[in-house]
Design a protein around this ligand. Structure first.
Ligand code: PLP
Length: 284
Protein backbone atom coordinates (compact mmCIF):
# COMPACT_ATOMS: atom_id res chain seq x y z
CA UNK A 1 0.00 0.00 0.00
CA UNK A 2 0.98 3.63 -0.46
CA UNK A 3 1.45 5.60 2.74
CA UNK A 4 2.09 9.23 3.67
CA UNK A 5 5.07 10.18 5.82
CA UNK A 6 6.19 13.75 6.52
CA UNK A 7 5.05 15.29 3.26
CA UNK A 8 5.80 12.36 0.95
CA UNK A 9 3.91 9.39 -0.47
CA UNK A 10 5.74 6.06 -0.69
CA UNK A 11 5.24 2.28 -0.48
CA UNK A 12 4.73 1.10 3.12
CA UNK A 13 8.05 -0.83 2.98
CA UNK A 14 9.94 2.40 2.38
CA UNK A 15 8.42 4.32 5.27
CA UNK A 16 10.80 4.47 8.20
CA UNK A 17 10.71 6.32 11.50
CA UNK A 18 13.54 6.77 14.02
CA UNK A 19 13.43 4.60 17.16
CA UNK A 20 14.04 7.88 19.01
CA UNK A 21 10.65 9.14 17.84
CA UNK A 22 8.62 10.04 20.92
CA UNK A 23 5.68 8.22 19.41
CA UNK A 24 7.71 5.00 19.70
CA UNK A 25 9.37 5.71 23.06
CA UNK A 26 6.44 7.29 24.93
CA UNK A 27 3.29 6.86 22.85
CA UNK A 28 3.51 10.67 22.64
CA UNK A 29 1.05 11.29 19.85
CA UNK A 30 -2.50 11.57 18.58
CA UNK A 31 -4.28 9.52 15.93
CA UNK A 32 -7.54 9.31 14.00
CA UNK A 33 -9.25 6.63 11.95
CA UNK A 34 -11.64 7.97 9.31
CA UNK A 35 -13.96 5.45 7.63
CA UNK A 36 -14.37 6.05 3.88
CA UNK A 37 -16.86 4.14 1.74
CA UNK A 38 -16.32 4.33 -2.02
CA UNK A 39 -13.73 6.97 -1.16
CA UNK A 40 -16.28 9.12 0.71
CA UNK A 41 -15.18 10.01 4.27
CA UNK A 42 -17.67 9.90 7.16
CA UNK A 43 -17.41 12.83 9.60
CA UNK A 44 -14.18 14.19 8.12
CA UNK A 45 -14.35 17.67 9.72
CA UNK A 46 -15.34 16.18 13.09
CA UNK A 47 -12.39 13.78 13.03
CA UNK A 48 -9.99 16.60 12.19
CA UNK A 49 -11.42 18.84 14.90
CA UNK A 50 -10.85 16.05 17.44
CA UNK A 51 -7.28 15.70 16.20
CA UNK A 52 -6.73 19.46 16.57
CA UNK A 53 -8.14 19.32 20.12
CA UNK A 54 -5.80 16.44 21.01
CA UNK A 55 -2.75 18.15 19.53
CA UNK A 56 -3.59 21.35 21.42
CA UNK A 57 -3.93 19.41 24.67
CA UNK A 58 -0.52 17.80 24.15
CA UNK A 59 1.04 21.09 23.05
CA UNK A 60 2.11 19.61 19.70
CA UNK A 61 2.37 22.44 17.18
CA UNK A 62 1.45 21.48 13.66
CA UNK A 63 0.48 23.96 10.96
CA UNK A 64 -1.37 21.46 8.70
CA UNK A 65 -4.66 23.07 7.61
CA UNK A 66 -8.00 21.31 7.18
CA UNK A 67 -7.58 21.61 3.39
CA UNK A 68 -4.13 20.00 3.60
CA UNK A 69 -5.47 17.12 5.70
CA UNK A 70 -8.23 16.67 3.16
CA UNK A 71 -5.63 16.49 0.40
CA UNK A 72 -3.66 13.83 2.32
CA UNK A 73 -6.82 11.76 2.81
CA UNK A 74 -7.82 12.15 -0.86
CA UNK A 75 -4.33 11.16 -2.04
CA UNK A 76 -4.28 8.09 0.21
CA UNK A 77 -7.71 7.03 -1.08
CA UNK A 78 -6.66 7.62 -4.69
CA UNK A 79 -3.35 5.76 -4.31
CA UNK A 80 -4.97 2.78 -2.57
CA UNK A 81 -7.81 1.98 -4.95
CA UNK A 82 -10.64 4.30 -3.79
CA UNK A 83 -12.65 1.46 -2.26
CA UNK A 84 -13.91 1.05 1.28
CA UNK A 85 -10.91 2.19 3.27
CA UNK A 86 -10.15 3.28 6.79
CA UNK A 87 -7.69 6.16 6.74
CA UNK A 88 -5.38 6.16 9.75
CA UNK A 89 -3.69 9.50 10.54
CA UNK A 90 -1.01 9.77 13.21
CA UNK A 91 0.92 12.74 14.56
CA UNK A 92 3.65 12.17 17.11
CA UNK A 93 5.62 14.91 18.83
CA UNK A 94 8.62 13.83 16.76
CA UNK A 95 12.19 12.60 17.05
CA UNK A 96 14.62 13.97 19.61
CA UNK A 97 18.39 13.27 19.82
CA UNK A 98 18.22 11.58 23.21
CA UNK A 99 15.51 10.07 25.35
CA UNK A 100 14.13 12.59 27.82
CA UNK A 101 10.69 13.05 29.37
CA UNK A 102 10.68 16.83 28.85
CA UNK A 103 8.88 18.14 25.76
CA UNK A 104 11.72 19.48 23.57
CA UNK A 105 11.19 23.06 22.42
CA UNK A 106 12.74 22.47 19.01
CA UNK A 107 11.07 19.43 17.52
CA UNK A 108 9.31 18.61 14.25
CA UNK A 109 6.20 16.44 14.55
CA UNK A 110 6.13 13.16 12.66
CA UNK A 111 3.02 12.88 10.46
CA UNK A 112 2.07 9.45 9.15
CA UNK A 113 -0.99 8.17 7.29
CA UNK A 114 -2.07 4.94 5.67
CA UNK A 115 -5.24 3.35 4.34
CA UNK A 116 -6.56 -0.14 5.07
CA UNK A 117 -9.45 -2.21 3.72
CA UNK A 118 -12.59 -2.07 5.84
CA UNK A 119 -15.10 -3.92 3.66
CA UNK A 120 -18.69 -2.82 3.19
CA UNK A 121 -20.37 -0.50 5.65
CA UNK A 122 -21.74 -2.62 8.53
CA UNK A 123 -25.16 -1.10 7.87
CA UNK A 124 -25.16 -1.89 4.13
CA UNK A 125 -26.72 -5.32 4.63
CA UNK A 126 -29.10 -5.45 7.62
CA UNK A 127 -29.83 -9.13 6.93
CA UNK A 128 -26.22 -10.01 7.78
CA UNK A 129 -25.81 -7.98 10.92
CA UNK A 130 -22.74 -8.63 13.02
CA UNK A 131 -23.65 -9.06 16.68
CA UNK A 132 -21.33 -8.71 19.68
CA UNK A 133 -20.74 -10.48 22.98
CA UNK A 134 -19.48 -8.31 25.82
CA UNK A 135 -18.29 -8.74 29.39
CA UNK A 136 -18.06 -6.15 32.17
CA UNK A 137 -14.78 -5.04 33.76
CA UNK A 138 -13.51 -2.35 36.10
CA UNK A 139 -12.10 0.52 33.99
CA UNK A 140 -8.38 0.59 34.79
CA UNK A 141 -7.28 3.18 32.23
CA UNK A 142 -5.97 6.69 32.90
CA UNK A 143 -8.07 9.78 33.60
CA UNK A 144 -7.50 11.44 30.21
CA UNK A 145 -9.54 9.10 28.06
CA UNK A 146 -10.95 12.06 26.09
CA UNK A 147 -7.55 12.36 24.36
CA UNK A 148 -7.22 10.06 21.35
CA UNK A 149 -3.69 9.15 22.34
CA UNK A 150 -1.63 6.61 20.43
CA UNK A 151 -0.72 5.20 23.87
CA UNK A 152 -3.45 2.56 23.91
CA UNK A 153 -1.94 0.08 26.37
CA UNK A 154 -4.83 0.43 28.83
CA UNK A 155 -7.33 -0.15 26.05
CA UNK A 156 -5.60 -3.12 24.48
CA UNK A 157 -5.11 -4.82 27.86
CA UNK A 158 -8.85 -4.51 28.49
CA UNK A 159 -9.58 -5.74 24.98
CA UNK A 160 -7.32 -8.74 25.50
CA UNK A 161 -8.99 -9.58 28.83
CA UNK A 162 -12.32 -9.55 27.01
CA UNK A 163 -11.01 -11.92 24.34
CA UNK A 164 -9.68 -14.25 27.01
CA UNK A 165 -13.16 -14.34 28.53
CA UNK A 166 -14.60 -15.32 25.15
CA UNK A 167 -16.08 -11.89 24.37
CA UNK A 168 -15.72 -9.42 21.50
CA UNK A 169 -15.71 -6.30 23.68
CA UNK A 170 -15.48 -5.16 27.28
CA UNK A 171 -17.88 -2.71 28.94
CA UNK A 172 -15.91 -0.64 31.44
CA UNK A 173 -17.16 0.77 34.76
CA UNK A 174 -15.54 3.41 36.95
CA UNK A 175 -15.06 3.19 40.72
CA UNK A 176 -18.64 4.37 41.27
CA UNK A 177 -19.86 1.46 39.11
CA UNK A 178 -20.91 3.82 36.35
CA UNK A 179 -20.48 2.92 32.69
CA UNK A 180 -17.64 4.68 30.86
CA UNK A 181 -17.17 3.06 27.44
CA UNK A 182 -15.78 -0.08 25.80
CA UNK A 183 -12.13 -0.84 25.00
CA UNK A 184 -12.51 0.49 21.45
CA UNK A 185 -16.07 1.86 21.23
CA UNK A 186 -18.64 4.06 22.93
CA UNK A 187 -21.71 2.44 24.47
CA UNK A 188 -25.44 3.17 24.22
CA UNK A 189 -28.25 1.62 26.26
CA UNK A 190 -31.99 1.34 25.61
CA UNK A 191 -34.52 0.94 28.43
CA UNK A 192 -38.29 1.25 27.95
CA UNK A 193 -37.77 2.94 24.59
CA UNK A 194 -35.42 5.63 25.94
CA UNK A 195 -31.86 5.78 24.53
CA UNK A 196 -29.05 6.72 26.92
CA UNK A 197 -25.28 7.10 26.72
CA UNK A 198 -22.71 8.44 29.23
CA UNK A 199 -22.04 12.18 28.93
CA UNK A 200 -18.70 13.46 27.63
CA UNK A 201 -15.93 13.91 30.19
CA UNK A 202 -12.36 12.75 30.82
CA UNK A 203 -13.54 9.15 31.26
CA UNK A 204 -14.49 8.52 27.62
CA UNK A 205 -13.38 9.27 24.09
CA UNK A 206 -15.70 11.77 22.36
CA UNK A 207 -16.52 9.28 19.61
CA UNK A 208 -17.43 10.68 16.21
CA UNK A 209 -19.95 7.89 15.66
CA UNK A 210 -21.47 8.70 19.06
CA UNK A 211 -21.68 12.38 18.05
CA UNK A 212 -23.24 11.58 14.65
CA UNK A 213 -25.72 9.12 16.13
CA UNK A 214 -26.85 11.58 18.82
CA UNK A 215 -27.29 14.35 16.24
CA UNK A 216 -29.21 12.07 13.88
CA UNK A 217 -31.47 10.66 16.63
CA UNK A 218 -32.25 14.14 18.00
CA UNK A 219 -33.00 15.56 14.59
CA UNK A 220 -35.29 12.62 13.84
CA UNK A 221 -37.02 13.08 17.18
CA UNK A 222 -38.84 9.78 17.48
CA UNK A 223 -36.83 8.61 20.52
CA UNK A 224 -36.03 10.30 23.80
CA UNK A 225 -32.23 10.54 24.02
CA UNK A 226 -30.27 11.15 27.22
CA UNK A 227 -26.59 11.83 28.01
CA UNK A 228 -26.23 10.96 31.69
CA UNK A 229 -24.50 8.67 34.18
CA UNK A 230 -25.50 5.01 33.70
CA UNK A 231 -25.07 2.50 36.51
CA UNK A 232 -23.92 -1.10 36.28
CA UNK A 233 -27.39 -2.23 37.45
CA UNK A 234 -29.02 -0.34 34.58
CA UNK A 235 -26.64 -1.91 32.07
CA UNK A 236 -27.32 -5.39 33.47
CA UNK A 237 -31.08 -4.90 33.05
CA UNK A 238 -31.01 -2.97 29.73
CA UNK A 239 -33.40 -3.88 26.91
CA UNK A 240 -30.68 -3.18 24.34
CA UNK A 241 -26.97 -2.32 24.38
CA UNK A 242 -25.07 -0.96 21.39
CA UNK A 243 -21.44 -0.31 20.58
CA UNK A 244 -20.55 2.65 18.36
CA UNK A 245 -17.30 3.25 16.51
CA UNK A 246 -16.08 4.32 13.11
CA UNK A 247 -15.53 0.72 12.03
CA UNK A 248 -18.59 -0.87 13.70
CA UNK A 249 -21.03 2.06 13.20
CA UNK A 250 -23.97 1.14 15.48
CA UNK A 251 -23.60 -2.50 16.54
CA UNK A 252 -25.88 -4.58 18.77
CA UNK A 253 -24.53 -6.38 21.84
CA UNK A 254 -26.61 -9.54 22.20
CA UNK A 255 -24.86 -11.14 25.15
CA UNK A 256 -23.41 -9.71 28.37
CA UNK A 257 -21.34 -11.77 30.82
CA UNK A 258 -22.67 -14.88 29.08
CA UNK A 259 -26.38 -14.06 29.43
CA UNK A 260 -28.74 -12.53 26.83
CA UNK A 261 -29.22 -8.77 26.46
CA UNK A 262 -32.99 -8.28 26.19
CA UNK A 263 -34.29 -10.99 23.87
CA UNK A 264 -30.75 -12.03 22.92
CA UNK A 265 -31.35 -10.67 19.40
CA UNK A 266 -30.66 -7.21 17.91
CA UNK A 267 -33.46 -5.03 19.27
CA UNK A 268 -36.16 -3.01 17.49
CA UNK A 269 -34.73 0.36 18.58
CA UNK A 270 -31.27 -0.64 17.28
CA UNK A 271 -32.82 -1.55 13.94
CA UNK A 272 -34.33 1.92 13.57
CA UNK A 273 -31.20 3.67 14.89
CA UNK A 274 -28.86 1.91 12.51
CA UNK A 275 -31.21 2.56 9.57
CA UNK A 276 -31.25 6.25 10.49
CA UNK A 277 -27.46 6.24 10.92
CA UNK A 278 -26.88 4.67 7.56
CA UNK A 279 -29.23 7.18 5.87
CA UNK A 280 -27.73 10.30 7.51
CA UNK A 281 -24.08 9.56 8.38
CA UNK A 282 -22.80 11.87 5.62
CA UNK A 283 -25.00 14.79 6.72
CA UNK A 284 -22.51 16.19 9.26
N1 PLP B 1 -13.81 4.77 22.48
C1 PLP B 1 -12.57 4.32 22.26
C2 PLP B 1 -11.71 4.00 23.43
C3 PLP B 1 -12.09 4.19 20.94
O1 PLP B 1 -10.83 3.75 20.70
C4 PLP B 1 -12.94 4.54 19.86
C5 PLP B 1 -12.48 4.51 18.48
O2 PLP B 1 -12.15 3.62 17.85
C6 PLP B 1 -14.24 4.95 20.14
C7 PLP B 1 -14.63 5.09 21.46
C8 PLP B 1 -15.20 5.32 19.04
O3 PLP B 1 -14.83 6.53 18.42
P1 PLP B 1 -15.20 6.84 16.91
O4 PLP B 1 -16.69 6.75 16.80
O5 PLP B 1 -14.71 8.23 16.72
O6 PLP B 1 -14.51 5.84 16.06
Amino acid sequence: SIVYLNGQYMPMEQASISPLDRGFLFGDGIYEVIPCFNAKPVGFALHMQRMQDGLAELGIKLSTTLAEWREIVEQLLEANGKGNLGVYLHVSRGMQPKRSHAYPSEITPTVFGFAFEIGDSPSSNPAQVKTFRAVTEQDRRWRRCHIKSTALLGNIMHYHQGQQRGADEVLLFNEDQQLTEAASCNVFMVKDGVIATPELDHQILPGITRHLLLAILRKDGRFKVEERPISLDEVLSADELWLTSSSKEVAPIVSLNGGPVGSGQPGPVWEQAQTLFSAHKYDY
